[in-house]
Design a protein around this ligand. Structure first.
Ligand code: GAL
Length: 417
C-alpha cells in the first residue's frame, strides 16, 4: 500500500507529466526564430510564390542565411476566398501557380524553412478562410504537414465575440483567447512525430498571453502591430521590459516584425529598434523588401555580435534596471538602462530613448556584474575595452549594445578573470 505521502507524490508527478504533455514542447523554438515575413512588404500582394522564392534567394546572396535567418514566412492572403468542396484551404492560383508544395521543397532545398499564416476565427484579418476554432484545425494542420510547412502564425480576427456575427477585431470577446488557440495547439502536437511546426500565437498580447503562451506555442505576439513608426517602437519596446521573465527557450515574447528599411523611422531609430528587439530575445523577423534594402539597414540586420546576443543559448531577455541616482522607467518611454544574462556574460543596452547625451554605468550597478574589471565590446561601433565602467555619447534615439564577458579568459595557458 503506498503511504499518503507517496500517493501524493505520485499524483504530483502525474500532474507534472500531464502539464508537460499539454505544453507545446516539441523540441523546436529553443532560440528566438529568425527570418522574414511578407506582410509589411506589400500586405496581400506579397503573399506569393514569387516573393517567397525571391526572398529565399536574397537570404543566400546577401549572406543572411549564414547569419541564421531561416524562415521565409508568408502572411495573410495566400488562399482563395473560400475552401474547396472537402473543406481544404486552396492556395490562390494567381499567387501560387504550382501550389505550395513545390515552393516549400525548393526552399527546403536551399537549406531554409517555410511558414504560412492562418487564423483562429472564422476569417483571417483580411477576410480569407480561418480555421474557426476546432472546426478545421486538424484538417488544416494535416495539410500543412503534407506540404512540409515549418511555421504557422495564427491570428485572432473574427473570433468568438459577444457581438454576433463576430467583427474583424472583437472588443468584447466571448471567452479567453486560449479557448480558440487550444485546438490548433493540439492539432500541431498530434502531427509532431511526422512533422514539427513552430506555432506562433498572434493574439496581439490579449489575455496576458505571456503567462500561458509557452503552454500553447513557441512564440507569441505580446502587442498590437508594429506600424513601423517611432511610436510603435517606443510602445512595444518599452512594454517588453515588464514581461521579460515569461520569455525563454521554447517560448518567446514576439515583439512583431522588424520594420526597418521604410522611411517611417530614421537611421538611428533603426538601430534602437533592432538592438532592443534583439536583447529582448524577440524573434528577428525582417518585415521589408530585400530587393530595396539600403547598405545602412543591411549593416544593422547583419550585425553578427547583436545576432549572437539574440541567439545566445541561455535565451533570457534583457530588462530594465536603474543605476543609483537615475530616474526609474517611465511608462511608454524607452528606459535608458537595460541588462540581461548571457551564457558567457551580460548584455547591457544603453538607449537614448528620450534625449541624446552621455550614457554610462559602473559595472557594480548592473544586475549580474560586480565591482570588478571586465572586458567589453560595443556591437554597433566595434569599440572594445576593459575596466569597471562604460560611457558613451549617444544621439537621440540611438543605442549602444555592449557585451560584457564574465567567463574566465585563457591567457598564455593560465586562467585569468
Ligand atoms: C494582423 C496581424 C498582422 C498581420 C495582419 C494580416 O492581425 O497582427 O501581423 O498578420 O493581421 O491581416
Amino acid at each position: 500500500m503506498p503511504t499518503m505521502n507517496s500517493a501524493l507524490k505520485a499524483l504530483f508527478f502525474a500532474l507534472v507529466q500531464l502539464q508537460a504533455a499539454e505544453a507545446l514542447d516539441n523540441g523546436i523554438g529553443r532560440k528566438p526564430h529568425m527570418g522574414w515575413s511578407s506582410w509589411n512588404v506589400a500586405q496581400c500582394n506579397s503573399a506569393s510564390a514569387k516573393y517567397a522564392i525571391d526572398t529565399a534567394n536574397k537570404f543566400i546572396s546577401l549572406g543572411l542565411k549564414d547569419l541564421g535567418y531561416e524562415y521565409i514566412n508568408i502572411d495573410d492572403c495566400w488562399t482563395t476566398r473560400s475552401r474547396d468542396g472537402n473543406g481544404k484551404l486552396v492556395p490562390d492560383p494567381s499567387k501560387w501557380p504550382n501550389g505550395i508544395k513545390p515552393v516549400v521543397d525548393q526552399i527546403h532545398g536551399m537549406g531554409l524553412k517555410f511558414g504560412l499564416y492562418g487564423c483562429a476565427g472564422q476569417q483571417t484579418c483580411a477576410g480569407f478562410p480561418g480555421s474557426d476554432g476546432s472546426k478545421h484545425a486538424a484538417s488544416d494542420v494535416a495539410q500543412l504537414a503534407d506540404w512540409g510547412v515549418d511555421f504557422w502564425k495564427y491570428d485572432n480576427c473574427y473570433t468568438p465575440c459577444l457581438d454576433n456575427p463576430p467583427p474583424q477585431t472583437c472588443g468584447r470577446p466571448n471567452g479567453n483567447t486560449k479557448t480558440w488557440y487550444a485546438p490548433m495547439r493540439d492539432a500541431i502536437l498530434a502531427v509532431q512525430d511526422k512533422h514539427k511546426i513552430h506555432f506562433n500565437l498572434c493574439n496581439w498580447g490579449r489575455d496576458e498571453v505571456w503567462k500561458w503562451g509557452a503552454e500553447y506555442g513557441h512564440s507569441w505576439r505580446m502587442s498590437t502591430d508594429n506600424w513601423g513608426d517611432w511610436a510603435s517602437v517606443e510602445r512595444i519596446g518599452s512594454s517588453s521590459a515588464a514581461i521579460s521573465g515569461y520569455s525563454g527557450p521554447g517560448g518567446f515574447n514576439d515583439l512583431d516584425m522588424l520594420y526597418l528599411g521604410s522611411s517611417k523611422i530614421n537611421a538611428d531609430q533603426e538601430r534602437i529598434h533592432f538592438g532592443l528587439w534583439a536583447i529582448a530575445k524577440s524573434p528577428l523577423v525582417l518585415g521589408l523588401d530585400l530587393n530595396k534594402i539600403s547598405d545602412w539597414t543591411l549593416g544593422i540586420i547583419r550585425n553578427k555580435g547583436i545576432i549572437a546576443i539574440n541567439q545566445d543559448s541561455l535565451g533570457k531577455p534583457a530588462t530594465t534596471f536603474t543605476p543609483p541616482g537615475k530616474q526609474g522607467p517611465v511608462n511608454g518611454k524607452i528606459h535608458p538602462y537595460w541588462a540581461g544574462p548571457l551564457s558567457d556574460g551580460v548584455v547591457i543596452g544603453l538607449c537614448a530613448g528620450t534625449s541624446g547625451g552621455t550614457y554610462g554605468v559602473s559595472f557594480k550597478d548592473v544586475p549580474g556584474l560586480s565591482d570588478s574589471e571586465y572586458s567589453w565590446e560595443e556591437m554597433y561601433t566595434g569599440q572594445k575595452g576593459t575596466g569597471k565602467s562604460i560611457s558613451f555619447d549617444i544621439k537621440l534615439h540611438d543605442m549602444r549594445v555592449i557585451k560584457v564577458t564574465t567567463t574566465p579568459r585563457k591567457i598564455r595557458g593560465s586562467t585569468a578573470l
